[in-house]
Design a binder for this molecule. Structure first.
Ligand SMILES: Nc1ncnc2c1ncn2[C@@H]1O[C@H](COP(=O)(O)OP(=O)(O)OP(=O)(O)O)[C@@H](O)[C@H]1O
Ligand SMILES: [Mg+2]
Length: 213
C-alpha cells in the first residue's frame, strides 16, 4: 500500500521543525514508519542548494531563487519522497511547494502561473495528502527564527513576511480539503496537541492509523 505524504508549512519561526519532530514521534508511537525530510535540502544536491539560497551574502534575482528551490524540490521528490511513498512509509516534509507559492509568488511577486507550472514539474504532479499550515503572526515568528542571526529570507523586511502570510492564508482558504490551518500560538505542547488532533482525524491519515491501533 502506498504511504501518506504530509507537509508542514508556514512562515519563519512558526514552529515547523519543532512540530514536525513531535508529529513524527507521535506517528511512530502509533506504529507507522516515518521518513522526515525538509526543503530546501534533504538530498546531497539539495543541501548544497540550501546553503546557497539561504546565504545572506548571495545576491539572487527572484527567478533565480525560484529555480533553485524548484531544483532542490525536483531532486527531493525523485530521490527521497517518491521512493519512500512507494515503500508504504509516511513522509513528513518540512516545507514543500506551498512555500514557493507563498514566498516566491506572493512574497517576491513572481507570476503565479510560472510558480504553479514549476511546482507541477518539479514534483511530477505529486500532491501532499495533507498539509499542516502553522498560522502565526510574523511579529511572533520572525524574532524566534532570527535569534542567533538571520538567513537571507529571514532578513527580509516585515512587509515581505506579511505578503508570505497572506499567501499561506490564501492557499489554506483555496484548498481546505488538503490544507489544515492550525493556530500556532501558545506553547509547544498546546500546538502539538492541535496538530495531532488535525492529523489523526484527517481522512488521509485517520483510517490508516486506526489500522494500527
Ligand atoms: N510554541 C512555541 N512557543 C515558543 N517558542 C517556540 C514554539 N515553537 C517553537 N519555538 C521556538 O522557536 C524557535 C523556532 O522554532 P522552529 O525552528 O521549530 O520553527 P521553524 O518554523 O522550523 O523555523 P524556520 O522557519 O527558521 O525553519 C525555536 O527556538 C523553537 O524552540
Ligand atoms: Mg525549521
Amino acid at each position: 500500500m502506498r504511504g501518506v505524504f504530509i507537509t508542514i508549512e508556514g512562515g519563519e519561526g512558526v514552529g515547523k521543525s519543532t512540530q514536525g519532530r513531535e508529529l513524527a514521534r507521535r506517528l511512530r508511537a502509533a506504529g507507522v514508519t516515518v521518513l522526515e525530510t525538509r526543503e530546501p535540502g534533504g538530498t546531497p544536491a539539495g543541501d548544497r542548494i540550501r546553503d546557497l539560497v539561504l546565504d545572506p551574502a548571495a545576491h539572487m534575482a527572484p527567478v533565480t531563487e525560484l529555480l533553485l528551490y524548484e531544483a532542490s524540490r525536483a531532486e527531493l521528490v525523485s530521490a527521497v519522497i517518491e521512493p519512500a511513498l512507494e515503500r508504504g512509509e509516511f513522509v513528513l516534509c518540512d516545507r514543500f511547494y506551498d512555500s514557493s507559492t507563498a514566498y516566491q509568488s506572493y512574497g517576491r511577486g513572481l507570476d503565479p502561473d510560472l510558480v504553479g507550472t514549476l511546482n507541477m514539474n518539479a514534483t511530477g504532479g505529486l500532491r501532499p495528502d495533507l498539509t499542516v499550515y502553522l498560522a502565526l503572526d510574523p511579529d511572533h515568528g520572525v524574532p524566534r527564527a532570527t535569534t542567533g542571526g538571520a538567513d537571507r529570507i529571514e532578513a527580509e523586511p516585515d512587509d515581505f513576511h506579511r505578503r508570505v502570510l497572506a499567501g499561506f492564508e490564501a492557499i489554506a482558504a483555496a484548498e481546505p480539503d488538503r490544507v489544515v490551518r492550525v493556530d500556532a500560538s501558545g506553547d509547544v505542547a498546546q500546538v502539538a496537541d492541535r496538530v495531532w488532533d488535525a492529523v489523526s482525524s484527517h481522512p488521509a491519515v485517520g483510517a490508516l492509523l486506526n489500522g494500527f491501533w
